[in-house]
Ligand binder design. Structure first.
Ligand SMILES: [Zn+2]
Length: 276
């Protein structure tokens, strides 16, 4: 989704010197998520992983690496389980503590040094990935057809809403957008993730509309999610690898959120919706 600041790996940010400052904004928290290697950023299909507990606090642990998406940018946090020997702990949520991403668990958090196996709730995550990718298609199509930018959005496992700076969403427009989005799904477009140096990202014309120039100066590498030929965004979330995996999208509701702000609600369906 637009406006999502990519998180970075520890090595690039170790010299940022921001650790310990009072955290207020999401952007600052993103920069400081440096202790844990975020495996989902490079492989959204990773369901199981092994990791070591590197810190422990009331109700949770910090891992050296994780496949769990902790939420943000409109995408809901993962659920899942940590296994340690013959025991297990459900992951109930996430919390940011200074520069650390805490996995909250039910029951006693395992001690520092414990090697755990993590497993994410794949059914939930995969639906989030499909929904998230559907929203990118929606952004790309509405940008292409009407030059309208995204002003906000929220995802759920099988539906989502997104706001655009548009003056009107008549029934004709809605049908047209729905048809175009489903065409792009059926076209089987590849979805690619790359990491670009900040200066290079600034040179990509399509990224300007996602306000990549507003990224804090401490972000030296920008994570880019591209749907070939349709959409390109700086983004920290998880997506499917090919638009065909989205299935299909139906626009179920439109809402007036202001003179030039319109909301669309979509649901996922299992196959592309064919225009009638
Ligand atoms: Zn996104």
């Amino acid at each position: 989704m637009a406006g999502v600041l990519p998180r970075q790996s520890a090595s690039r940010l170790s010299a940022s010197g921001l650790s310990g400052v009072g955290l207020r904004t999401r952007a600052e928290r993103d920069i400081l998520a440096v202790m844990t290697e975020l495996l989902y950023q490079r492989d959204a299909y990773l369901r199981k992983f092994e990791a070591t507990v590197v810190d422990r606090c009331e109700g949770g642990v910090v891992l050296d690496r994780t496949a769990f998406y902790p939420g943000g940018g409109g995408q809901q946090p993962d659920r899942g389980t940590l296994y340690l020997g013959d025991q297990s702990r459900s992951v109930t949520g996430f919390r940011w503590e200074n520069d650390a991403l805490v996995h909250l668990v039910d029951g006693e958090p395992p001690p520092v040094g414990t090697i755990i196996r993590g497993e994410i709730d794949w059914e939930f995550r995969y639906r989030m990935m499909r929904t998230h990718t559907a929203l990118h298609l929606l952004c790309g199509v509405i940008w292409r057809e009407y030059g309208a930018q995204v002003t906000g959005g929220q995802m759920y496992p099988d539906r989502a809403r997104m706001d655009f700076s548009l003056d009107q969403f008549g029934p004709e427009r809605v049908r047209r957008i729905e048809a175009r989005v489903n065409e792009e799904i059926a076209a089987g477009r590849p979805v690619r993730v790359k990491f670009l140096p900040r200066e290079e990202a600034f040179q990509v014309p399509d990224l300007i509309r996602t306000r990549v120039n507003l990224l804090p100066p401490t972000i030296t590498m920008v994570r880019i999610v591209e749907i070939e030929g349709v959409d390109l965004q700086a983004d920290g979330g998880t997506h499917v690898a090919n638009t065909r995996e989205v299935g299909g999208v139906r626009i179920v509701k439109t809402e007036n959120k202001g003179k030039v702000n319109k909301r669309l609600e979509i649901v996922l369906v299992d196959s592309p919706v064919v225009a009638t």
